[in-house]
Design a protein around this ligand. Structure first.
Ligand SMILES: O=P(O)(O)O[C@H]1O[C@H](CO)[C@@H](O)[C@H]1O
Ligand SMILES: Nc1nc2[nH]cnc2c(=O)[nH]1
Length: 293
């Protein structure tokens, strides 16, 4: 595999196969659902039984996590009868990884037989009606780095994964969004449930006020530094996707606002909502293969 920073795909089909074979040889789990845990949300794996954990550094070709709140472990387990895999920590462009490396695990999941990916993240609210602690079902996204040529599908297209020009107008499964709404309301989360548009920026700095205002004009409800590459690659290879974003802070849209966002605050809100999010994710997994397709 090539090193960090490559503008187009730096992983060959053989790289993906080698990692997939290694995992299939080291676990008897055959996951159908993958959960990608965002900043401070690694506890989502706690709802699984029969857990088997691998550190990213021990998995061939796997990138390693370099950001606080990302444990860097791949956890296999079961929820009711569903075999799943949890990524405790995902990868970001701002860490210096290429988007091919950022999305590497998604194609591994595809090759392992996963059908559904549940992506979670922490994001800042652009929509002024939102509140810290809200859970936003991602309805759609804006791929800002993609507009600037930072796209995970840049380079020769590998037809074994998907088509050259994938459709993205239905990236987030309508059925899964409906199910997530139902589950959240059954679990008493309706009061802090939202549905909106997530925008990815490259980071690592948080937004200036002028940038935040621009994102608001563009129709973004929240902003973060992840998720869109994984969702794009998942959709490209035919996986069903659900995205849940935890609103960890209000993005400043006003020069008179004194509060300053920082990563510790982001992680703290993650902890505050971890338990409820874990119940939502566990319930969703136990129902998603039965109720939707
Ligand atoms: O998207 P995740 O990784 O959940 O985390 C978000 O929070 C971090 C900044 O606090 C950034 O990594 C941003 O993307
Ligand atoms: N870009 C960005 N990412 C975040 N992740 C969590 N909060 C924020 C935010 O306000 N901006």
């Amino acid at each position: 595999m090539q090193t960090k920073g490559s503008p187009s795909c730096c992983c060959s089909f053989e790289d993906y196969n080698l990692t997939t074979e290694w995992l299939l040889n080291h676990t008897s789990q055959r996951p159908k659902v993958a959960v990608i845990c965002g900043s401070g949300l690694g506890l989502l794996a706690d709802g699984a039984a029969n857990k088997q954990t691998f550190r990213y550094q021990d998995i061939p070709n796997f990138p390693v996590s370099t950001v606080a709140g990302h444990e860097g472990c791949l956890v296999f387990g079961t929820i009711e009868d569903t075999s799943c895999v949890f990524m405790q920590g995902h990868f970001h462009l701002y860490e210096g990884y290429s988007l091919c490396q950022v999305t590497f695990p998604v194609r591994i999941f595809k090759l392992m037989g996963v059908e559904t990916v549940l992506v979670t993240n922490a994001s800042g609210a652009i929509c002024p009606d939102y509140k810290v602690g809200d859970i936003m079902i991602i309805k759609d996204h804006i791929n800002l780095p993609g507009f600037a040529g930072q796209h995970p599908l840049f380079g020769p297209n590998d037809e074994r994964f998907g088509t050259r020009f994938p459709c993205m107008s239905d990236a987030y499964s309508k059925d899964l969004r409906r199910l997530a709404g139902q589950v959240c309301s059954e679990l008493g989360c309706s009061g802090f449930l939202r549905e909106g548009v997530y925008c990815m920026v490259s980071g690592p700095n948080f937004e200036t006020i002028a940038e935040a205002r621009m994102l608001q004009v563009l129709g973004c409800d929240s902003v973060g530094m992840s998720t869109v590459p994984e969702v794009t690659v998942a959709k490209h290879c035919g996986l069903r996707v659900l995205g849940l974003s935890l609103i960890t802070n209000m993005v400043s849209l006003d020069y008179s606002r004194e509060e300053k966002v920082n990563h510790d605050e982001v992680l703290q809100i993650g902890k505050m909502r971890a338990e409820v999010l874990q119940r939502v994710v566990t319930e969703l997994i136990s129902r998603c293969s039965i109720n939707t397709h």
